[in-house]
Ligand binder design. Structure first.
Ligand SMILES: [Fe+2]
Length: 233
């Protein structure tokens, strides 16, 4: 894995790592408030091919909602800074509405000096799963593929790479049950760390070094993801 030595402070990143965690964080009323806020936000991207809509939680549009989400984050994560990777404006995470399952990727960012930390996924619909894999990835934000064409073109924010591929065959039973949208050989060397079934009111907190994707369930899903980093001290 050539990409594994991307980060300057890899030991610090590793020292903050932990197992993924599911917590009850919101009431159903609060989820409704977030969805209402989401609906009023301007659309950021609509990718016709991937069938995904994205909106940023732009700070300052609704101070009450800003304070609300910040207080929730403070309850479950400490010493955080928001890593605003995808927006030019000051934003607090990204809403994603997808109609096709999101494929194998990692959200480590592209700043090698950052001490990347946790990301939190807040389901806003109760359909679908997020699957986390090991080994962890210490390279830049990537979409993992073995398709020659995609690797050659390498367009978009994420690097396109096959550098995640390892030696052991992936669990075939699990593949057939959850991951038919992926190429089986694209999972070679990976092991499932966790399968998280989306549930309203919950949040999934996991290290940004986990490679992840959605299960193959083809239903519309909306979620909010916020990415964090840490300062050195
Ligand atoms: Fe992601």
């Amino acid at each position: 894995m050539k990409q594994q030595n991307f980060f300057q402070n890899i030991d610090l990143i590793k020292s903050n790592e932990s197992d993924p965690q599911v917590i009850n964080l919101f009431s159903l009323e609060e989820i409704k408030d977030i969805l209402k806020f989401y609906n009023d936000l301007p659309l950021s991207t609509f990718n016709e091919k991937q069938k995904i809509k994205k909106k940023h939680w732009i700070l300052g549009l609704n101070r009450k909602m800003d304070d609300f989400i910040i207080s929730k984050i403070n309850k479950v994560i400490s010493n955080w800074k928001v890593d605003n990777m995808y927006s030019k404006e000051e934003a607090f995470g990204i809403f994603h509405e997808s109609f096709n399952p999101i494929k194998l990727h990692v959200d480590t960012g592209k700043d090698k000096n950052k001490i990347i930390y946790k990301q939190i996924l807040i389901p806003l619909t109760d359909t679908g799963d997020t699957i986390l894999f090991e080994p962890r990835w210490y390279g830049p934000s990537s979409t993992f593929t073995i398709e020659k064409d995609e690797l050659r073109k390498n367009t978009g924010y994420n690097l396109r790479t096959n550098d995640h591929i390892g030696k052991l065959d992936f669990d075939k039973k699990f593949y057939k049950k959850y991951l038919n949208h992926e190429n089986y050989n694209n999972l070679k060397g990976l092991k499932v760390k966790k399968i998280y079934e989306w549930k309203l009111g919950e949040a999934l907190i996991f290290d940004r070094t986990f490679i992840h994707c959605a299960s193959d369930l083809k239903k519309p899903k909306t979620g909010l993801t916020i990415f964090f980093y840490r300062e050195k001290n």
